[in-house]
Design a binder for this molecule. Sequence first.
Ligand SMILES: CSC[C@H]1O[C@H](OP(=O)(O)O)[C@H](O)[C@@H]1O
Ligand code: ADE
Length: 275
Amino acid sequence: MSQPPSTSQPAAEIGVIGGSGFYSFLDDIDEIEVDTPYGPPSDAVSVGELAGRRVAFVPRHGRDHRFPPHKIPYRANLWALRSLGVRQVLAPSAVGSLTPELGPGALAIPDQLVDRTYGRPQTYYDDDAAIHLSFADPYCPSGRQVALASAREAQWSPADGGTLVVIEGPRFSTRAESQWYAAQGWTLVGMTGHPEAALARELALCYTPLCLVTDLDAGIEEGEGVTMEEVLRVFGENVARLRSLVADVIKALPAERSCPCGQALDGMKLPIVLP
Ligand SMILES: CSC[C@H]1O[C@H](OP(=O)(O)O)[C@H](O)[C@@H]1O
Ligand SMILES: Nc1ncnc2[nH]cnc12
């Protein structure tokens, strides 16, 4: 383990937050213990290089999956990545599908989210000022296009757009909840997409979700409903493909950002100093 390097070069430019079943990334890595005003991140951050791009990785549940979705230190994770120099974040995640068109093994790059969580710390701007950021379009438009193009190139026809509803968990949805979400026109269900995306916006980071469908949620699933075993099994069957896609996206991300994400805080009088 080492401390963040004290050179003027950022340790990393691209961050990956791995989800269920995605606990490590890259082989030749430095593990960095980062502390933040919000406590430590879920685990040591590993930093390595891929095709000349410096990449930082943190497993959002911890590498031993010790943090359930409602206890993940989301603020510390995003803060740690930004403090290492990260400005673009990729967020692979296991999700349920709310539509029969997207079965297990499908890839979706949603363009909207609905927050059904409660009680999670979801802002850096708690005291000394009222900061209200635009969040109409929660994801990086440029990152989404790169992800879609990379997936198509890899012959993995992605669902372009759709709404991810983020539930509090840790339990899965009832059939009635699931049917209600589907009736709203929402297409995916997960437990971690909020506040992760909102906190990324609060740090002016690009944030791009890469959603791997592991199950048909209870509303359209025949039988007993979703189980954690099912999610992890289907994710395991597809994780090599997802890792390869994450690598392709990293290679294709622009070095200079031209999306609006970096200007999210322009003109704001922030009550905290960002790393
Ligand atoms: C392992 S079952 C439910 C669990 O899986 C998803 O995790 P992640 O988004 O980090 O891939 C879901 O959000 C739940 O946390
Ligand atoms: N059906 C589901 N509901 C919530 N989170 C999930 N992650 C994977 N499948 C899920």
